[in-house]
Design a protein around this ligand. Sequence first.
Ligand SMILES: Nc1ncnc2c1ncn2[C@@H]1O[C@H](COP(=O)(O)OP(=O)(O)OP(=O)(O)O)[C@@H](O)[C@H]1O
Ligand SMILES: [Mg+2]
Length: 347
Amino acid sequence: MGAAVGPAEQDIVDESAVLESLPTAMLVIDVDGVIVRANRRAREILDKPDLVGTPAGDILGPWPLPRTADVARSERTLPRRDGTAITLGFSMSSLPDGATTIVFQDITPWQRLREERDRLMQLAMVGEALPSILHELKNPLAALNAAVEILIEETAPGPVQDQLHAVLQEARRLRLGFDGVGAVGRALRSRRYQAVDQACRDSFRVLEIPARAAGINTRCDVVDLPLLPLDPAVVRAIVFNLVTNAIHACSPGDAINLHVRLVANGLALALTVADTGTGMTHDVYSRCTELFFTTKRNGSGIGLALVRQAVTEAGGELEIESVPGFGTCITALVPVVAAPRISAPTP
Ligand SMILES: Nc1ncnc2c1ncn2[C@@H]1O[C@H](COP(=O)(O)OP(=O)(O)OP(=O)(O)O)[C@@H](O)[C@H]1O
Ligand SMILES: [Mg+2]
């Protein structure tokens, strides 16, 4: 006959089983800072097959954890064996014998969400301040442009005039950059009929300089268009964003082509930027127009979202084709009605 299990012993067995099955991680650490109890979830989260007997400081970093009251909460980010980091949220309480019970969970996903929220809040603040910053920068820039243009006219052809042309080119590039972030938020449609073909060529010409410097071939295929009821600053911003993305995707020897023409019997403007760069994976393709989606270290993920918004608000659509390893072709298709031709008065 085996020994009978008394009620007290039965309780201990049950308690261990309960602790072991808890979905929350739990550790008991004695007065000397050594782990004396660890449940299954704690071993899983901390990725250690055995924790009992190990100094808490070796596992959780400097011990004891900071606390302000008998029950304290804190967080700590720890390195994992695979090189990634894990953030743990702790809740601690003291036992009568001086030991400490720690209950904790993996809050890495929450931590990422918090970081994302902070990033979005920062971007929102930048977004609010941006119009006034751009306004402050654009006025002196316009004055600078005008002054350099006059100097060019008054200077004889030669090295000094060449330098001045270079300064003017850079100043124009700066203005386009401001347009690129500032103007896409404006409406693409305009009450006035304006020269959209010139806006496309201007924007492309300025970006051709860095593209060619990077060994990328460029082609500007913009047909002469009638005046159209579109804001040229917004058109410049669309070209700026699409071509800048194309430059980022291209390597030396690749090509970027801007093709602008009327389609649908002259009832729609088609603005296409095609590149032979990296192309997009299926995942990037499905998210590329999402606000704040970016695959670039310093990208903000605003460009394509704003371009799509400008185009769809004008009643058009943004068509994106991309093949990884072959390139990307993005077309902004906008319905337009050209300015009525003013016929000469009959004599
Ligand atoms: N021509 C392209 N070729 C390959 N990938 C592209 C191209 N255009 C856009 N993408 C992908 O779509 C993502 C989103 O583009 P988007 O212009 O919105 O943001 P971004 O370029 O990353 O940042 P920014 O706000 O500075 O423009 C890019 O990070 C890139 O991964
Ligand atoms: Mg971009």
